[in-house]
Design a protein around this ligand. Sequence first.
Ligand code: ADP
Ligand code: MG
Length: 215
Amino acid sequence: MRTLDVEWAKDWMRRSSATLTEHRMELIDLDRAIGDGDHGENMARGFAVVAQRIDETPPDDVAGVFKLVAQTLMAKVGGAAGPLYGTAFMRAAKASEGDLDAAWVGTLCEAALDGIVARGKATTGEKTMVDAWTPAIAAAKAAADAGRSPAQTLRAAAAAAAEGAEATIPLRATKGRASYLGERSIGHKDPGSTSTAYLLACAADAAEAAESRGR
Ligand code: ADP
Ligand code: MG
């Protein structure tokens, strides 16, 4: 049984649409505090279109799902997050060949981070989504090395991303719109790290559902 197949990828995106809609106001409020307040709306709307397109024209492999996500986010999501996540999923698509096992989860997170860094030139500690993806990679690698299943590996990555998002609170933003606030960005959680943690949690939920169906 292969957990991380096209059905998983489609389920991941449907769950992301539902979760980002559910947390739309929270992401709006986080972005209102240190940005322009559009992150929740952008993400909820973008992933709603992703979910709709996946049902209308279902891709036939994982790379196809990620390409659809990338193209949709680039076209439909304004602000910084659209191109950043768009590039992340484009790189993820390119990294989705061969055996998509537990060890690949680290490769997936690494590809996403590479895309975000190529686009946004941020490094860790600048209070951006880089602070969620970076610990996710390390956690995924450690979990896969310890023999965890794909779902457990994704869960470890999601937990590390959520911790990374929390750890942005005391940071001063030096990239993106929040950097205009300087010292006043301190004390608020970064919206993009928060949405990253939700996306990875949805990937883990979808993998858990696939693993329990396969049992
Ligand atoms: P905008 O700031 O244009 O309104 P969004 O509100 O959709 O865009 O997204 C803001 C999020 O984008 C931030 O919370 C941060 O995580 C992320 N971000 C902004 N600039 C960068 C960057 N240069 N590198 C990585 N992530 C960034
Ligand atoms: Mg914004």
